[in-house]
Design a protein around this ligand. Structure first.
Ligand code: ADP
Ligand code: ZN
Ligand code: ZN
Length: 735
């Protein structure tokens, strides 16, 4: 060979766990650059993961790359992270990388820097105030209230108040109420918050973490909502940013990344560049923020789970807020857990990682309190609410087996709501998210509407008179009479948020009621809208499934009513009670602030259940320790490590054959692993596909990983794989 060859190892978004060789005549290509390459008859986008001068493929047969993008999109540290994820979650390297970089980049778009504007009120507007606005202009009013609150807002925050914000800003501009300034990313001015003196718990936590200097150390910061965890994060960040080059990553659940949290951080870090990374940003914003992080310009990055993969050359500290939150686990594609990946990253970069929560996941609780010395995680506790005049709400159980219940409401709860209405205070009616939707039932033959594609019941949407499958979206007209017996006496059963709303409207016709369901809490806009309405006292009763957002005080909310949660107490999912406890803790935390005492009423047929006993005394620790004992006896996580193989196909026989072969293979590969029989999940059919799954369980993570290496290769080669769609979920959260 005369000419030196430049061979690129390219990772592609294909379900094969290998990289592909291509030629290039550019000797300066680097790892982390995007390329377009021929793949079969197609062109594909790939990422360079290696540069070499040899290939096992004959040079004549090697194809050349078509295009090279100049931007290097990840560094060595990120590449280590991708490799770890690919190996640990047994997901092909190319797909791992391509699911972890911003999608805009995948399209090979050129650089885009968005112009940003900041809006504030003119002195005239501030003088006149909200009352001078024309009546019934609620959006206008909300925007002005928000601007008074925050002094200055960017477009993203305005958009989160209303999708029609532009029109309102124009109106305000015509009135001479608004000033618009072009923003550079770091010159925002936010409302100054008074900086509190740390209490002794906070100081101890801070000192303990700082004492370890800049070395790897994982910490659990445990303390109820309002105990001052965020204040500790802020002090830690201040310390970290004293270094000349430093970056801090703050991971939060999607639902918690609200403009309020953002502005709290901004007000404390005015001199620093802070960016957010989450799915509600436009592609352009996301790309700009991501690049600021990658280039080391952004010093504080607040982001949701995917941001753990962002390259940050000067990363010095990772903070995970609400460590227990299930949204840190990705439920499709690369099924990573951002907390676990973050711990790996912190270790690899030798930096501290602080995980804060009021209700740690049992795995984290175990790591911080129960493992032999030295404990895996350092344990830090904030034992009381930081603001002196706020108290914990009183929690009461209403025994619905002994009380009459009117369409879901016991008389005690109805009285309590009425009492709040009289006092002009607010109530929140909470129902557990899982499985409490109304179904249509025939009174004479017990017929219920079922989805023909899934093993689920159709949910009644009374307003639209439709039946809908919440799993596949199937939608049909609500029948007038029973399809099975012809009876016209069909009625919806079960407590859906809609039925609760109807009932409350009947009971309290004068009350202003707002229902927030799963879909409407998904967007930041809806959430922000809700918080503003609550703050402005435009709502008397809030009905919802998960208003658990952090950083929001509802100052006038003094009652939380919890309707039927009993199925979670006896759910086949072993994590159901852990989740219920943390949900109820959080939702209880919404009630009672400052001078209004909060009350929580839980309607249950099992008022003496240990979960409620622990909740009444706000005793997570006791509850967690009892649960750990149960888990130890039952051999469940965190005492064992689990892997779930999920499979689906049009024909059940194919699924079962595939899983049976997989089971036998696993049994042959290792005797240290318990391999369970294939079973049908709760949702046996989904979108017309038959489903089944099997679980592997081991007391040694190493042994389990060793088996997986061979087992997944075997699964990939199994001929049935053409008919059967399957995924391997390492450390599954849902079964
Ligand atoms: P958490 O993150 O645990 O929910 P925060 O840090 O948000 O708690 O604190 C709750 C409230 O108490 C905030 O309004 C915060 O400003 C205030 N706060 C925090 N620490 C102190 C302190 N040491 N003294 C007085 N107020 C404090
Ligand atoms: Zn019938
Ligand atoms: Zn369906």
């Amino acid at each position: 060979m005369t000419d030196a060859l430049h061979i690129l190892k390219v990772a592609l978004d294909v379900p094969l766990d290998r990289v592909f060789d291509y030629k290039t005549d550019n000797p300066n290509t680097q790892i982390g650059q995007y390329v377009v390459v021929p793949f079969g008859a197609r062109k594909m986008i790939g990422v360079v993961v290696g540069v070499s001068d040899t290939s096992s493929i004959e040079s004549k047969k090697l194809k050349s790359i078509i295009r090279l993008d100049p931007e290097v999109i990840f560094d060595e540290e990120s590449f280590k992270l991708f490799q770890f994820c690919s190996q640990y979650y047994h997901y092909p390297i190319g797909q791992t990388i391509l699911s972890a970089v911003p999608s805009r980049l995948k399209k090979l778009n050129t650089r885009a820097m968005v112009k940003k504007y900041l809006y504030r009120l003119t002195p005239k507007a501030l003088q006149l105030g909200v009352d001078q606005l024309p009546p019934r202009q609620t959006i206008l009013k909300r925007i002005v209230v928000a601007l008074i609150d925050a002094k200055e807002l960017d477009e993203a925050s305005l958009r989160s108040i209303s999708s029609t914000w532009k029109k309102s800003i124009e109106t305000l501009d015509e009135m001479g109420w608004i000033e618009k300034n072009e923003a550079t990313l770091d010159d925002k001015v936010y409302k100054e918050a008074p900086i509190p003196l740390l209490n002794s718990d906070q100081q101890e936590a801070l000192d303990a973490i700082l004492e370890k200097k800049q070395k790897f150390a994982p910490w659990l910061l445990y303390g109820i909502t309002g105990s001052g965890k965020t204040e500790v994060y802020i002090r830690l960040i201040e310390e970290a940013l004293k270094k000349e080059h430093a970056q801090v990553l703050v991971l939060v659940p999607e639902i918690n990344l609200t403009p309020q949290l953002e502005s709290r951080f901004r007000s404390r870090f005015e001199k620093f560049t802070l960016v957010t990374l989450h799915s509600h940003l436009t592609d352009n914003e996301r790309l700009t923020h991501w690049r600021l992080a990658k280039e080391g310009t952004a010093q504080i990055i607040i982001g949701t789970r995917l941001s753990i993969f962002t390259p940050m050359p000067h990363l010095s500290l990772i903070i995970i807020d609400e460590e227990h939150d299930a949204s840190f686990k990705q439920q499709e594609g690369l099924r990573y857990h951002a907390r676990d990946v973050a711990i790996f990253r912190a270790k690899s970069e030798n930096i501290p990682i602080v995980m804060g929560t009021a209700t740690p996941s049992l795995e984290t609780w175990f790591n911080a309190t129960k493992t032999k010395d030295p404990k895996k995680f350092g344990f830090l506790k904030l034992s009381s609410r930081a603001v002196e005049d706020s108290t914990l709400p009183e929690i009461k159980c209403i025994d619905i087996s002994k009380s009459t219940v009117l369409k879901g409401f016991s008389p005690y709860l109805i009285d309590a709501i009425r009492d709040r209405l009289n006092k002009k205070e607010q109530s929140l009616i909470f129902i557990n998210r899982r499985g409490f939707a109304p179904v249509l039932l025939c009174a004479s033959c017990q017929w219920t509407g079922k989805c023909h594609r899934c093993s689920s019941r159709l949910v009644v949407h009374l307003n639209q008179k439709r039946l809908r499958c919440h799993h596949c979206g199937h939608d049909e007209k609500m029948p007038q009479q029973c399809p099975s017996c012809g009876n016209t006496d069909l009625y919806p059963t079960g407590l859906g948020t809609q039925r609760i709303e109807e009932t409350l409207k009947e009971l309290f016709p004068e009350a202003r009621i707002l229902r927030v369901d799963r879909d409407s809490t998904k967007t930041k806009e809806a959430l922000n809208d809700l918080f503003l309405k609550m703050k402005n006292r435009e709502i008397d009763i809030l009905i919802g499934t998960q208003m658990l957002s952090k950083g929001h005080d509802f100052p006038y909310l003094s009652l939380v009513g919890v309707l039927d949660t009993d199925q979670a107490l006896y759910s086949p999912d072993f994590r159901a009670s852990e989740r219920l406890f943390s949900q109820l803790m959080q939702v209880s935390g919404r009630a009672g602030r400052a001078n209004i005492k909060g009350e929580v009423y839980i309607q249950t047929a099992f008022p003496n259940h240990p979960l409620f006993e622990a909740l009444k005394t706000h005793d997570y620790e006791h509850f967690a320790n009892e649960l750990l004992k149960e888990r130890a006896l039952a051999e469940l996580s965190p005492f064992v490590f689990l892997v779930l193989l999920k499979a689906e196909a049009h024909q059940l026989t194919h699924v079962m054959q595939f899983l049976n072969e997989a089971m036998i293979k696993a049994q042959n590969l290792s005797h240290q692993i318990t391999v369970y029989n294939p079973v049908r999940p709760m949702m046996e059919r989904l979108k017309g596909m038959e489903r089944a799954q099997l679980v592997l369980q081991a007391s040694s993570r190493v042994a389990l990983q060793k088996l997986l290496e061979e087992w997944v290769l075997y699964l990939r080669e199994n001929k049935l794989g053409q008919k059967v769609k399957w995924v391997v979920d390492v450390d599954p959260l849902e079964f």
